[in-house]
Write a protein that binds this ligand. Structure first.
Ligand code: ATP
Length: 239
């Protein structure tokens, strides 16, 4: 099986507390892989490690088959885009200017493709509007456009629909499905909104207390995600 991302035995300790406790994960190419877990289960810690924003205490992961401790991983990281803990975008710029800067950072000179990218994420008509006047949903989609400027094969999104209104959630869903189906981008996504996640995901990873409890294809889950998760871990979703 071709995994774009895999990890075994990941551990992250904070002063004796294990946020990740031997976690493993396997994300198949072409999947929309939903991370399911209660508050504090370790989703953000995992995502931060995969994006090299944090070092694991122990364990390893591989991107496109390249081990995270191998020097070549720097090169394959260019095939990964991410929006973690909200989009990092400047308030005073327009969408066009934001992407212009990102293109420069990446050494891309084909600035004429920026309107196409903006159109792709549903921001084609934002013109001179500054980011500070964007809705949260628009800002999230701009964050995704910034991540897409590197033409990633894997997109990692931490809670992309958090705080969005119903319309914003629907637009985000359409965008992610389009990216997956038309551009073949593999997506790793964490979300608290299980009902929404179940409309998107082709695979799930159920996380509890820093461990992967089950990885499964979406087609194999024939009850609500909440019910399934509760059966796996016992207990209460809100507890
Ligand atoms: P949420 O959905 O609430 O964001 P999560 O599944 O993303 O939860 P993490 O943010 O990964 O969970 O946190 C996992 C555990 O690690 C939590 O108990 C959290 O309190 C703890 N933790 C995270 N960062 C730190 C830190 N810098 N220092 C100490 N503990 C931390």
């Amino acid at each position: 099986m071709g995994y774009v991302l895999s990890a075994e035995g990941l551990v992250k300790e904070y002063k004796g507390f294990r946020a990740l406790d031997g976690l493993s994960i396997h994300v198949p190419r072409g999947a929309i892989y939903g991370l399911v877990g209660k508050n504090g289960a370790g989703k953000t810690t995992l995502i931060r490690i995969l994006c090299a924003l944090q070092e694991p205490t122990a364990g390893e992961y591989a991107l496109f088959g390249v081990d995270s401790r191998d020097r070549a991983v720097t090169r394959v990281r260019r095939r990964v885009g991410a929006v973690v803990e909200g989009p990092a975008v400047y308030q005073e710029l327009t969408g066009q200017e934001t992407l212009h800067i990102q293109y420069q950072v990446l050494g891309r000179k084909d600035f004429d493709t920026i309107p196409v990218l903006l159109e792709w994420v549903g921001l084609g008509n934002t013109g001179k509007k500054k980011v500070k006047n964007f809705s949260l949903g628009m800002r999230q989609r701009l964050g995704i456009a910034v991540a897409l400027a590197g033409e990633p094969e894997l997109l990692i999104l931490d809670e992309p629909v958090n705080g969005l209104d119903p319309q914003g959630i629907i637009e985000m869903r359409k965008l992610l499905l389009k990216l997956n189906r038309e551009k073949g981008v593999t997506i790793l996504i964490s979300s608290h909104i299980l009902d929404e996640l179940s409309r998107l995901a082709t695979h799930y990873g159920f996380i509890d207390s820093g461990r992967m409890v089950e990885e499964v294809a979406a087609a194999c889950v024939d009850e609500s995600l909440e019910q399934h998760y509760m059966k796996l871990i016992g207990g209460n979703w809100d507890a």
